[in-house]
Write a protein that binds this ligand. Structure first.
Ligand SMILES: C[S@@+](CC[C@H](N)C(=O)[O-])C[C@H]1O[C@@H](n2cnc3c(N)ncnc32)[C@H](O)[C@@H]1O
Length: 225
């Protein structure tokens, strides 16, 4: 495992320890999503409708648990941003600890499932600043999930954040959107923001044939941008 520190960015790359069958299936599913093609928003929705969501983990992510103290850095009541949030259970875990969570996800089904599977009530309302978007909220736990294209979201909607947990998001971004993604993420970071990124190191000799992988060098450039 390697750590890169760049100002407020905590960069975590995992070269995985022995793989369990489940973890192998998750990794294979994530890598398959990185085929050398653009993934349209409609295709993501289709995946959700067909329940082809191998990326979803039913348990809180081990790396988030392991690194939470470094992310919090002694702070309480931190505002977390989850880009491309899916229905990550990590959001509830953080909210249960008293942090606020804002996520962005294109699939309404994913957002509804998040609240329903976690036995949380929610309200839903339009977002005037983003035509066609809706925000789903559980006020008791301070979770707001925006159903919209990530690139229509901005710091004028929810301000900046004290932490960002990027799990399976950077790698899901279409190659042509990488600069836009980086600019958006940076614009959402408050001065004291800590950005935790989970990504994979793997053996190119054993897995080939996709063009969406970020090399270590590209990742470092991304952090430094
Ligand atoms: C690989 S999944 C990761 C989900 C989540 N981070 C997790 O760890 O389970 C990527 C998610 O981003 C959503 N998505 C993809 N492109 C999007 C976009 N441009 N705007 C909003 N959501 C998007 C997909 O519907 C999908 O749920």
């Amino acid at each position: 495992m390697k750590w890169f520190f760049s100002q407020t960015i905590l960069f975590l790359m995992s070269s995985c320890s022995p793989l369990t069958a489940d973890r192998q299936a998750n990794i294979t599913s994530m890598l398959e999503q990185q085929a050398d093609r653009v993934m349209a928003l409609g295709e993501w929705e289709e995946r959700w409708q067909q329940n082809k969501i191998g990326f979803h983990q039913p348990e809180v992510h081990k790396m988030l648990k392991k690194n939470i103290d470094k992310v919090l850095n002694g702070r309480t009541g931190v505002r977390f941003f989850f880009p491309l949030c899916g229905k990550a259970v990590d959001m509830k875990w953080l909210a249960d600890m008293g942090h606020a969570v804002v996520g962005v996800e294109i699939s309404e089904k994913a957002i509804r499932q998040f609240f329903e599977e976690n036995n949380m009530t929610y309200s839903e309302e339009p977002v005037p600043a983003i035509p066609g978007a809706k925000v789903y909220k559980n006020s008791e736990k301070n979770i707001s999930l925006y159903q919209c294209n990530l690139y229509n979201f901005s710091n004028s909607i929810e301000g900046q954040f004290g932490a960002i947990w990027d799990r399976a998001s950077l790698v899901a971004v279409n190659p042509g959107d990488r600069e836009k993604y980086a600019a958006l993420i940076i614009s959402l970071m408050a001065n004291d923001c800590r950005y935790l990124l989970d990504t994979l190191l793997y053996n190119h000799d054993l897995y080939q044939g996709h063009g969406r992988i970020w090399t270590e060098e590209q990742l470092v450039n991304y952090i430094q941008s």
